[in-house]
Design a protein around this ligand. Structure first.
Ligand code: SF4
Ligand code: SF4
Length: 414
């Protein structure tokens, strides 16, 4: 019995699932925060339940670095499978060409032919699709509900509106004029991939040993969205989509034979052994180091942060009892996803004497991810010398979580 399973249904399911994930991710929430959103006004990133402030974006950098290494490794091992099986550009091109075929438009040499009204319907569909893509991008910066309210009331920020119009125009032109030509001639990943794949990467080929069985029906060429003739060997434009494989399997199934085109690691059919080479070892090692670093950074990430600064609005003053009152601002950020209660304390660094604080420093309640500014007064014994003070933020059960320092100078004491 020969293998005759078709890959098309798997590929289409993959495309749909990924497209739905990209569309729906900004709508999903954990603890009233989006699953994935960059909050520009608050300079923070909501990432799967965690809220990272801008000073913690080194975690995002590590995460991005891990993604880059993973992508490089995946390309080295799986060739251009991303392009054929997951890339949104391919999904959008597939969808556009599917709608074109439903409208009975002919697709020849990447151009669509047919009556004017059918083309008009297609262009209207592409415009809506491009608007959806532009909006979807903005949902990663503006909550979708807020985005629609602002859009329909004309309150969308000019930068957001400009981004929406630019992305919509770019996607419209891409789908109306380029589609596969973008993958072939413009996509930077396609160029860069040619430098990355090696003799062991996953490719689609019709092995030379199968050439005698080929009946030259041309079904594989007709099925190829990139206009490639796989019979001529490996080609850089190939996006590993597997359509030629399905076409050949269908043709050969009628002759009770297995298809001639198959996925293989490298042209010499060494199998998975061809993947064990210095490049894959290097990238796998690099990826493991970055993942370990990321796990360690997340594990040791402080639960809260504290920043302290002398108030610019109220000058320090000497009180009747001889103490000095200094006015401070504190910025406290709850880096966990749960609400928490904090207590702020201060002590002199030279003699570790506890200092009195006036203001809302005893019961500071912050919800998960919240950032709050509080104003308070520090009372210190008046001295002619510099006085260095340490502020400590404690959790409800007395665990020190974050520290900050301030210098009370003699000039400020007067
Ligand atoms: S040659 Fe086959 S796998 Fe490559 S792009 Fe064409 S149909 Fe897809
Ligand atoms: S579909 Fe198969 S049999 Fe037909 S030309 Fe292509 S490789 Fe040969």
């Amino acid at each position: 019995m020969f293998k005759n399973r078709l890959l098309g249904p798997w590929r289409r399911s993959g495309h749909w699932l990924l497209s739905l994930l990209i569309l729906l991710l900004p709508w999903a929430k954990i603890d009233s925060h989006s699953l994935l959103r960059i909050d520009i006004p608050k300079l923070s990133l909501h990432l799967f339940g965690a809220t990272l402030r801008i000073e913690e974006l080194y975690l995002l950098l590590l995460f991005t670095l891990a993604c880059v290494f993973f992508f490089l490794l995946a390309t080295l091992v799986m060739g251009r499978v991303w392009c054929g099986w997951a890339c949104p550009q391919t999904s959008l091109s597939d969808l556009t060409e599917w709608v074109a075929s439903r409208l009975k438009l002919k697709n020849r040499q990447h151009r669509l032919y047919g009556s004017a009204w059918r083309k008009l319907v297609l262009h209207f569909f592409i415009l809506l699709l491009a608007l959806l893509v532009g909006s979807n991008l903005l949902w990663y910066f503006i909550e979708p509900q807020r985005y629609f309210t602002q859009l329909f009331t004309g309150q969308l920020h000019p930068v957001a509106l400009g981004t929406l119009l630019t992305v919509t125009a770019a996607v419209y032109l891409d789908l109306a004029l380029l589609r596969r030509l973008f993958c072939r001639d413009f996509c930077p990943y396609g160029r860069f991939q040619s430098a990355l794949v090696d003799s062991g990467s996953l490719i689609l080929q019709r092995p030379l040993s199968e050439a005698p069985r080929c009946i030259d029906c041309g079904a594989c060429v007709r099925a190829c969205p990139m206009g490639i003739d796989i019979r001529h060997g490996e080609q850089i434009e190939c996006i590993n989509c597997g359509r030629c494989l399905d076409a050949c399997r269908q043709v050969m199934a009628k002759r009770q034979q297995p298809g001639l085109i198959n996925y293989s690691f490298g042209t010499s059919e060494q199998g998975l052994r061809s993947l064990i080479n210095p490049r894959t070892r290097l990238l796998t090692g690099g990826l493991c180091v970055i993942l370990l670093l990321l796990a360690f950074s997340i594990q040791t990430r402080p639960q809260a942060s504290l920043k302290i600064a002398l108030s610019h609005q109220v000058a320090s003053r000497r009180l009747a009892n001889g103490n000095l009152a200094s006015f401070f601002n504190a910025w406290i950020n709850n880096r966990t996803t749960d609400s928490a209660q904090y207590l702020l304390r201060a002590q002199q660094q030279n003699n570790r004497q506890r200092l009195e604080l006036k203001g809302p420093t005893r019961t500071i309640v912050l919800s998960g991810g919240q950032n709050r500014k509080i104003d308070f007064v520090l009372l210190t014994p008046f001295t002619e010398n510099e006085n260095r003070v340490t502020f400590t933020l404690y959790s409800q059960n007395g665990q020190p979580l974050a520290e900050a320092e301030a210098l009370i100078t003699p000039i400020q004491s007067r």
